[in-house]
Design a protein around this ligand. Structure first.
Ligand code: ATP
Length: 493
């Protein structure tokens, strides 16, 4: 099923994933705040990326660079000159558009053939009454558009107390440049051999002309980028090393998104054609995702050749080379760049996880997150909140499990409703403590010390001794098989 953006936005607000920034003041243009569940989801996403692409690989290291960098960085990288979008303004209503977006927007038309009636006409189509095509502002339909002007997307600020040209600084529009600028530092301090990669996850800022579509395109966002350096003179499996590694990274990134839940039918690769390629790129491939707004870029993987290191060497006057022991010569490595956005990936995982189904005549909304992504791993629920022993046991179980995972306790509704609430935020497992668990001391009955685990996806149940819970969850939460647990610890019918 394809979920709409409105449904996601509303769920995100209602359940504490994402809020409009500064909402009580009317909101800040296209900035968003991650709420209690959103921050857990985002942290999990970044942690998995780091674990799989940095921690687990012998050929990768990470850095965490500052957002404000030397202004020369942006001169060398070409951002000062080229990081621009063509922009047009409506002379009447003053709205501003990306020139390349204008033809893809629906347009407003006051049709003479129908006594000036107002119509909204789909992008690229003529008016069905008079045959006119859009020439005016797509929004108000009345104003002429200015010729395109180039607009630099970098946020400008000033370092220190004096606002003068000499103290201009920029908020970084991408994390990548810090990896090039630190190439020599990392190479020497870590004694690395090619091929190796440097990764970084952090904030980037772009003064987008037309941000929008929720967290898909914002002005402040997070990126997860890798610069993977290879020796262009090497060959791997009979192919130039840069080309081989480019394909390897495309495959590895696709596999990563699939592994954590994006469905095959919602993913595709898109090769940039020659006219679209940046001047430094030998080849760029995007991983597109079928977002609620249609197929759009999820991440890009570019072969940037030796452009960046050469530029920074030229502008800094420092040598940014690698000594090839075998050939006894200094070379400038090529770089393959898998560049992804945290917020955009999070939106894709949310959209793919969203499911509505009917259970016993009622609608059930479930976020089928991979357990490692899910913001809350386990919810501990007392079946009766009036029974002290039950509540005490439930709190104790929460405290034990919380040493390893994000675990919540909830007793604010009846059990059926509590399950639904956890389904809606994607909690993979609930633990229910009941009378049988603790027994009834008034009647002299002792408890069995077991609790019910309820699986989000199948809604199946298992009855597990409290002391076995941590072990069972270690297995389940790292991708273990629910059916195995259910058969080892059967619930009473
Ligand atoms: P787009 O064409 O969508 O503007 P881009 O090609 O300029 O993106 P890159 O510079 O390749 O993007 O950045 C790498 C990744 O960073 C993108 O694939 C995307 O996931 C993320 N990203 C870029 N700009 C934004 C933004 N304004 N808001 C959220 N994420 C972004």
């Amino acid at each position: 099923m394809t979920v709409t953006m409105d449904t996601l936005v509303s769920l995100c607000k209602r359940r504490g994933f994402v809020f409009q920034s500064s909402e009580i003041y009317g909101g800040t243009g296209s900035c968003y705040d991650y709420g209690p569940l959103g921050v857990e989801l985002k942290n999990n996403l970044k942690r998995l990326w780091w674990r799989d692409f940095v921690q687990n690989r012998p050929d990768m290291v990470g850095i965490d660079a500052s957002i404000l960098m030397h202004p020369m960085v942006w001169k060398a990288s070409g951002h000062l000159e080229n990081f621009t979008d063509p922009m047009v303004d409506c002379r009447e209503c003053k709205l501003r558009f990306r020139a390349d977006d204008v033809d893809t927007l629906a347009w407003t038309h006051y049709c003479e053939a129908t006594k000036g009636n107002k119509f909204t006409i789909p992008a690229g189509e003529p008016c069905s009454h008079c045959g006119a095509r859009r020439t005016l502002c797509p929004d108000c339909g009345k104003g002429e558009l200015t010729p395109p002007r180039r607009f630099n997307l970098m946020f400008k600020t000033f370092m220190g107390p004096v606002e003068e040209e000499a103290s201009v600084a920029y908020l970084r529009p991408e994390t990548a440049q810090a990896m090039f600028v630190n190439f020599e530092n990392v190479l020497q301090s870590m004694r690395l051999k090619l091929p190796f990669g440097i990764a970084q996850a952090g904030r980037s800022f772009r003064n987008e002309i037309t941000p929008g579509n929720f967290i898909f395109r914002t002005r402040e966002f997070e990126q997860m980028e890798i610069e993977y350096f290879v020796n262009p003179r090497d060959t791997v499996e009979g192919r130039p090393a840069d080309e081989y590694w480019h394909d390897r990274w495309i495959a590895d990134c696709m596999a990563w998104f699939r592994r954590y839940g994006l469905r095959e039918e919602n993913l595709r690769l898109r090769e940039h054609d020659q006219s679209e390629l940046s001047h430094y790129s030998k080849r760029t491939v995007d991983i597109d995702y079928r977002f609620p707004i249609g197929w759009s870029e999820l991440m890009g993987i570019a072969n940037r050749t030796d452009f960046d290191l050469k530029q920074h060497a030229k502008f800094s006057g420092k040598s940014l080379t690698y000594f090839d022991e075998e050939r006894k010569e200094h070379i400038v490595p090529y770089v393959v760049e898998p560049a992804s956005g945290v917020d955009r990936a999070l939106l894709a995982f949310l959209a793919d996880a969203y499911t509505e189904e009917e259970v016993r005549g009622e609608k059930r909304v479930v976020l089928r997150f991979h357990p490692e992504l899910a913001p809350v791993k386990v919810a501990v629920l007392p079946l009766l909140k009036k029974r002290d022993e039950i509540v005490k046991a439930a709190h104790a179980i929460r405290a034990t499990l919380a040493r390893e995972w994000r675990v919540v306790y909830d007793d604010t509704a009846a059990i059926g409703r509590l399950y639904r609430r956890q389904d809606e935020v994607g909690t993979p497992y609930c633990v229910t403590v009941d009378v049988q668990t603790v027994g009834d001391s008034d009647k002299g009955e002792v408890g069995d010390g077991k609790v019910t685990i309820r699986d989000r996806d199948s809604m199946g149940q298992a009855r597990v001794p409290i002391e076995a819970l941590t072990g069972v969850f270690r297995d389940l939460l790292s991708g273990g098989d629910w059916a195995k647990v259910a058969s080892e610890f059967p619930a009473a019918k």
